[in-house]
Design a protein around this ligand. Sequence first.
Ligand code: NCD
Length: 309
Amino acid sequence: MASLQGKDILHGNQFSKKDIHTVIESTADFEKELKKKGSLTLLRGKILATLFFEPSTRTRLSFETAMQRLGGGVISMGSVESSSVAKGETLVDTVRTVSEYADVIVIRHPRIGSAKEAADAVPIPIINAGDGAGQHPTQALLDIYTIYKELGSLKKLEVSMVGDLKNGRTVHALVELLSLFHARFHFVSPESLRMPEEITSSLKQKGIEIEETEDFVKAASESDLIYMTRMQKERFVDLSEYEQVKGRYIINGEFLQRLKQKITILHPLPRVDEISPEVDAYPGAAYFRQVRNGVFVRMALLSMVLGKR
Ligand code: NCD
């Protein structure tokens, strides 16, 4: 791949098929090495800063874990209320300041385009960990790594993406990557939360087959993979609309019984009510393995942008 050294990671569309294979190979190496040695020293002396202007558990902690497993250090802004953001500091000023301390910044912010804005302001690599309802490219790469491990291939998969496809940034990034491998998509959502038009039209232009439907059982019974998402409550202006759609699509034991085939289930987490806990024991329920893979993928990505891979 054109090396990622010094580059930003902002959008799913910046990766080619070859890049994805490079990330998968490097991630698999890190997974193996980490299993053997427990921790590594590749990024000793380097510092990662995490700037999270929105809640996070997995993304922030897995980046911090990845950096520390590689021997690097981590600084973190902590909560918005405890930082100078609360005094009215602009995003650009915050990022310029932090770039004087750190070698790489991981940022999550509620505004679409915010990561790009940060990247344009500083010379060090910026990694987009979610810009509002925009993109979440590192989640998409860990999803891809998980799919590859679970299904053994990325080619021509039939995929149901389910839930809040309008506001879910993880699906926006993941369709970019899966479409490179000629996936066929069933987009299952309430009418009001359909995949944004600019995404569906660009998929159609690329010759990707998509179906938009509200019939979850039918879509799932034709799929190799279900990518489940949460209704993104924090993006609803009118909470009564959220109340109308919450609980619309649920995977439980009864749902699984209606499917004839074995199916792989992914979810970026957190889940609210879309997957019942009884599903966790189902062999195809891969969402906690997906969590584990997040650390390995982020080890690979941090090493790459810092020029060590
Ligand atoms: C997702 C996110 O923040 O976009 N979570 C994550 O990063 N694993 C999904 C979500 O919040 O629903």
